[in-house]
Design a protein. Structure first.
Ligand SMILES: Cc1ncc(COP(=O)(O)O)c(C=O)c1O
Length: 488
């Protein structure tokens, strides 16, 4: 079967295991919800206060994920959010004083530890005291920071933004200017942050892509968006053949909705197809930058025309970066500076691109310091070493208990799959999350025993502060969790 023939609407996304009784698992989940409520009375109080001024009690919509959807009744599983008081290195403490080891790190920004006592934190604190922010004048230190980015990723020109979402939004806009085309291609079930072009998916083969999130009017179609299947070069070619796609935006390993690893030769094929049909290739490393200090762009020799990231790039200070090849940068400059191009108005053409707070002195300082001190073999050696240790322990549990689970690891980031193997299609990857009982139980079981993991899939990160002792305790927790799932 062609990968593109797979139908999400009719697919059963809940993995089945002979030895796991999901009805019993849901009873255990209800027990974990009760335990959470008993452990977090102060968070419950804060939640009531917070709801007076914020929808669902949070100023960051993503935080709602902590409450997790309950598929049995279309409500949240947890009755309230939990609130943190403080965090240091790999640990955090909630409003009730419960201590946790963080294996989530806000999905990346705090990957280097919470408020670590190091050169980066000290340099940022110094900048806060001495610099003015958002001053909208070019900054000398940006030269140093962008030279370091050049050393890290083999691309010539760099822009800064306030987030990875913004980096992707600007990359799409630049690709449209350079190619004169409007359409954007992305892999099915991919995620590129907030740009609207990334909100589409293909739930059914042979139907046009539609939006999949409630805030983007579900079911709405946009002719400027195309979707291909990751690892399926035929579907990429079908999308590019009309020569109307400006840019193909993709992660090197798909990480938003389970992990999908690239098959050998896939990216070589993508590069060849992009060249043949005049489409730019944008590699989004917002997540995979946790894998190696020079990104998978370098590691897998991906030869993208553009590269974006955000989250951990500036040591936790909000910042995104966008790199582009010399050819793309020169073509962009030529177009926006050319008064004869329709719609081009010289310098005014830059209005409406970027945001006025981008490359503010605080972000530039943080970026420069983070690139100097964190994106090193030494720091990654510690993070990845900790992850290797954790993965060995968890794989040991999986083997000993002979359960059909698996782990996909990319450096200091991994995904626990509630299926036996790595995934090569997005449908398999979504199934690997184990929504429908496994994921919910694992997540709540971990939280109630003092371990923070990502609440919407089973993604786990290690920082330079993660210790073998933390990992051993995590593995013991995982062992007990798997035993409970098996009813042993
Ligand atoms: C691959 C990818 N790109 C971009 C983003 C956007 O990051 P942010 O929300 O920090 O803008 C995300 C967020 O998780 C992501 O996973």
């Amino acid at each position: 079967m062609n990968i593109d023939d797979r139908d999400f609407m009719t697919a059963d996304l809940v993995p089945r295991h002979d030895r796991i009784d999901l009805e019993q698992v849901w009873k255990r989940i209800d027990d974990e919800v009760s335990l959470f409520v008993a452990r977090t009375p102060k968070s419950a109080e804060r939640f009531q206060e917070a709801k007076e001024s914020m929808v669902n009690g949070t100023a960051n919509i993503w935080c709602n994920h902590w409450r997790m959807p309950d598929p049995r009744n279309d409500d949240f599983l947890l009755p309230h959010l939990w609130y943190w008081d403080r965090a240091k290195n790999q640990r955090c403490w909630d409003a009730d004083g419960n201590e946790y080891v963080d294996y989530f790190y806000a999905d990346g920004p705090t990957l280097w530890g919470h408020a670590p006592d190091d050169e980066v934190t000290r340099g940022i604190a110094e900048a806060v005291r001495s610099e003015s922010f958002g001053c909208l004048v070019p900054n000398e230190e940006a030269v140093l920071a962008t030279r370091l980015l050049q050393e890290m990723i083999d691309l010539k020109y760099w822009f800064m933004t306030l987030s990875a979402s913004d980096a992707n939004r600007n990359a799409i806009s630049i690709a449209r200017i350079v190619t004169g085309r409007r359409k954007v291609l992305s892999p099915n079930f991919g995620y590129m942050g907030a740009p609207e072009e990334g909100m589409y998916w293909k739930p059914q083969p042979n139907l046009p892509p539609v939006t999949r999130w409630p805030h983007y009017l579900p079911g709405h179609a946009d002719p400027a968006v195309k979707i291909a299947e990751f690892n399926d070069l035929d579907s990429v070619e079908a999308a590019l053949r009309d020569r109307d796609v400006a840019v193909f935006v993709t992660e090197p390993v798909m990480t938003d909705g389970g992990f999908v690893v690239p098959r050998p030769g896939y990216f070589e094929g993508v590069r060849e197809l992009c060249d043949r049909y005049g489409t730019l290739l944008l590699i989004d490393e917002t997540h995979t930058l946790a894998s190696t200090p020079r990104g998978m762009f370098t590691e897998l020799d991906l030869k993208g025309d553009m590269w974006t990231t955000g989250k951990p790039i500036a040591g936790g200070i909000p910042c995104g970066v966008l790199g582009m090849s010399e050819a793309v940068g020169d073509a962009y400059a030529a177009k926006v500076n050319d008064l004869s191009v329709p719609g081009g108005a010289g310098v005014l053409s830059f209005l409406g691109q970027g945001t006025t707070m981008a490359a503010n002195p605080l972000a530039v300082r943080a970026l420069r310091l983070a690139l100097e001190h964190y994106y090193t073999d030494e720091t990654y050696g510690r993070m990845v070493g900790a992850m290797d240790h954790l993965v060995r322990g968890m794989r040991g549990v999986i083997e000993r208990r002979q359960v059909d689970f698996s782990i996909t690891q990319t450096g200091a980031r991994m995904h626990l799959n509630f299926v036996p193997t790595d995934s090569y299609t997005c449908l398999d990857a979504v199934r690997s999350i184990g929504l429908g009982g496994y994921h919910e139980y694992f997540n709540l079981f971990a939280l109630n025993r003092g371990f923070v993991v990502m609440p919407w899939e089973n993604m786990i990160l290690t920082s330079p502060y993660t210790t073998e002792d933390d990992n051993d305790r995590f593995v013991a927790m995982f062992d007990e969790c798997v035993g409970n799932l098996l009813g042993e």
